[in-house]
Design a protein around this ligand. Sequence first.
Ligand code: PLP
Length: 386
Amino acid sequence: MKPIYFDNNATTPVAPEVLDAMLPYLKEYYGNPSSMHTFGGQLHKKVEEARARVAELIGADPEEIIFTSCGTESDNTAIAGAVEVSGGKRHIITTRVEHPAVMNFAKHLSRKGYRSTFLPVDSLGRLDMKAFADALDDDTAIVSVMYANNETGVIFPVAEIGSVLRERGIIFHSDAVQAAGKILLNVKELPVDMLSLSGHKIHAPKGIGALYVRKGTRFYPYVIGGHQERGRRAGTENVASIMGLGKACELAKAHIENESAYLSALRDRLENALVKNCPDSRINGDTENRLPNTTNISFEYVEGEAILLRLDEHGICASSGSACSSGSLEPSHVLRAMGVPFTLIHGSIRFSLSRYNTEAEVDKVIELMPALIKDLRALSPFGKKI
Ligand code: PLP
């Protein structure tokens, strides 16, 4: 059975055009772009073409793009590099709602004698700008604030943060893994020094990412070895996936405005119907400032896992902000940081859409959910009779 897939913030299907762009590089063009011979060397030009497409998605120059193995590596590289070049500064500022790729790396550095500040957010998931201003000090090596949150879709005031940091000469990194390709980004107008991207969130394969590093930003490589990526990231290039990422960025760039309008209309249709037809439900996050494809809804008095299992029986894929399904026993750190009560965190479900979702798929969820929730509440020892 073909799944009805509403878990696109976890990963996306590879676009057919992306697969077509990759296949020749897994079959006949298997050479190493660093080789002296023509067979391998010709791939260097192809990698550079892909780099230009990635750059174009975010308004960067091609030489500002470094290919990495994933969003996590891009995040780790940005923070580790900034700390390395900071001349002994030991303070890292980030937020309480980052992806573990940033949050756990900051915690890791804290265990090594660095100091990390995790900025709070309000009940809508918006950054506390006063806490941000208060946290800055002369020891701050880097500020890393995500562009958009993976669980709620809430978009952060990256331009505002960046202009404060630029004045103070502090390196600014933003994890744009969920934002790139979904909303327009232009680093020419955005005061960020580094930006992380990941292929598998935008219909390229898993295991390819990119890090934008603004020209002139002090940088130190994280993966050390050969001279690839102009000495900024060692390791023989993942040529096929790089070609795939290039194609995915080209597609995203070409369709971003139409797609964003399509996705937000579809998302709103789903969200409005669920909140209207399922009593005791509410949206988590700032609905005024969100990615177009994401909704996070809490259904009180019911377990998120139970909802997911029931949806799964109908071939519907989503994810929950509570326990095991997210691979951890902890309730969502994002919803906790927002002060969402535990009963609501446990009943939270994220639906994240992509260009491949249809109105018919949304309508199937709309049709199923009210009875499903009512049923689960009747079964649950915590369930409220409705
Ligand atoms: N940052 C954010 C906001 C994400 O959502 C993810 C993946 O879920 C990552 C980083 C990690 O990206 P990757 O899976 O490519 O390592």
